[in-house]
Design a protein around this ligand. Structure first.
Ligand SMILES: *[C@@H]1O[C@H](CO)[C@@H](O)[C@H](O)[C@H]1NC(C)=O
Ligand SMILES: *[C@@H]1O[C@H](CO)[C@@H](O)[C@H](O)[C@H]1NC(C)=O
Ligand SMILES: *[C@@H]1O[C@H](CO)[C@@H](O)[C@H](O)[C@H]1NC(C)=O
Ligand SMILES: *[C@@H]1O[C@H](CO)[C@@H](O)[C@H](O)[C@H]1NC(C)=O
Ligand SMILES: *[C@@H]1O[C@H](CO)[C@@H](O)[C@H](O)[C@H]1NC(C)=O
Ligand SMILES: *[C@@H]1O[C@H](CO)[C@@H](O)[C@H](O)[C@H]1NC(C)=O
Length: 338
């Protein structure tokens, strides 16, 4: 039987809204990114309440650095001239007040989102999920984990007890206003990202956090094209065929630039945590697959004979006590920030 289309639509939207999450998005490419805004649109259409707090300018390569603007105003226009010089260093997008720019690093944007934008202006205060990206370009392996601002925004959120997922695509930079149809790399990359998010959400009982405390995910997406929009998805690990850098010296310019170390370093590829049978994310994405690696922000070495051996080298100077006596100094006397 045929329903009047408005009733069918209402039923559909009710069904999706009931699963709706409160989501904070960020990235490192800036708040005008086509990838970011395509995923924002899809997540909203899927019934989630989505807010963006993202850098005013490209903040790639900042890792987890949390750098706040020293000035109340922008000294230069934001990316793509969306916001003029002299405007406040933080504010809403001119055409969408759920999208905010801030003149800081990606991790700083997440903190500003959690501690300023959402509490003061948001339709919710604490997100159920932080989504970063999709980045323009992949972030594969532990070296990029620490270097990438996409990752930095993600592990900043995980440290704040909020599940975080980083997405990185293989497409070149495109401003959101140049994405004018649904058959382009930014939209395909966002669609694959949304599919991964949906799987995590759909498999989580209502009211439960999608990840345990301290957990996050790193998702990388291969190059897509009109006949390759639905690549296979693999459970992966960060290590395994991962690259790290070397300092390459240029005799002409007398400067260094980075280059991938060949052959790949053993140190960055040692499988210490996680399932060593899973393929490395670098390998999977190079083969045209989507990688999904699960990480934790507990960077402690696992309890095993190697760790014990290393700790034992301190036996002459350190105690083994598992419950040390309280430190004798006040927290405020500890010098924690440069
Ligand atoms: C900074 O922005 C505020 C708000 O737009 C404006 O009133 C003020 O004049 C600006 N200051 C400078 C130095 O541009
Ligand atoms: C947006 O598209 C226009 C028209 O194709 C092009 O001239 C412009 O360079 C693009 N902008 C950016 C920032 O890529
Ligand atoms: C969609 O936009 C892209 C550029 O973003 C362009 O290359 C492509 O031809 C467009 N496709 C259609 C069907 O209009
Ligand atoms: C699309 O991507 C697939 C997978 O990488 C590749 O095999 C194919 O050649 C690409 N097609 C075009 C037209 O680029
Ligand atoms: C060194 O820099 C010069 C000038 O940018 C460039 O032309 C040359 O290709 C570089 N050499 C190497 C080995 O990268
Ligand atoms: C700490 O434990 C190691 C064995 O794990 C032992 O050899 C060592 O003597 C202990 N040190 C102290 C100070 O108790």
């Amino acid at each position: 039987m045929l329903f009047p289309s408005s009733i069918a639509l209402a039923a559909l939207s009710l069904a999706s809204v009931s699963n709706g999450l409160n989501i904070l998005m960020s990235n490192d490419d800036g708040f005008g990114s086509g990838n970011l805004r395509e995923l924002y649109k899809i997540l909203k259409a899927d019934g989630h309440d989505v807010w963006i707090v993202a850098p005013a300018t490209d903040q790639s390569g900042q890792g987890g650095r949390s750098d706040f603007s020293k000035l109340a105003n922008l000294t230069a226009p934001s990316e793509f001239n969306l916001i003029p010089a002299g405007a406040p260093a933080i504010g809403p997008d001119p055409i969408d007040n759920q999208i905010w720019y801030y003149n800081g690093t990606p991790a700083a944007c997440v903190f500003v989102g959690l501690d300023y934008v959402l509490p003061r202006y948001g339709s919710f205060k604490t997100p159920d999920l932080v989504v970063s990206g999709p980045n323009f370009g992949t972030n594969l392996g532990p070296f990029l984990y620490t270097l990438s601002g996409t990752m930095g925004a993600t592990y900043a959120a995980v440290g704040r007890s909020i599940p975080g997922i980083a997405f990185s695509g293989s497409n070149p930079s495109v401003p959101y206003f140049n994405v004018t149809n649904a058959t382009n790399q930014a939209t395909w990359t966002a669609e694959v990202s949304a599919k991964v998010i949906k799987s995590f959400i759909d498999a989580t009982p209502k009211g439960q956090a999608i990840f345990p405390l301290g957990y996050g995910a790193n998702v990388n997406i291969p190059p897509l094209n009109a006949s390759y929009t639905n690549p296979p998805i693999f459970k992966t690990r960060l290590t395994g065929n991962a690259d790290t850098d070397l300092a390459a010296w240029n005799e002409t310019t007398k400067t260094f630039h980075y280059a991938n170390l060949e052959p790949q370093a053993a140190g960055i590829n040692a499988c210490i945590n996680g399932d060593c049978n899973l393929p490395g994310e670098t390998y999977v994405v190079e083969g045209g697959g989507v990688s999904v690696s699960i990480f934790t922000v507990d960077y402690d070495a696992p309890l095993n004979p190697y760790t014990t051996m290393v700790y034992n080298k301190l036996n002459g100077i350190a105690t083994n006590a598992t419950t040390p006596s309280r430190r004798k100094f006040k927290r405020s006397s500890v010098y924690t920030h440069p």
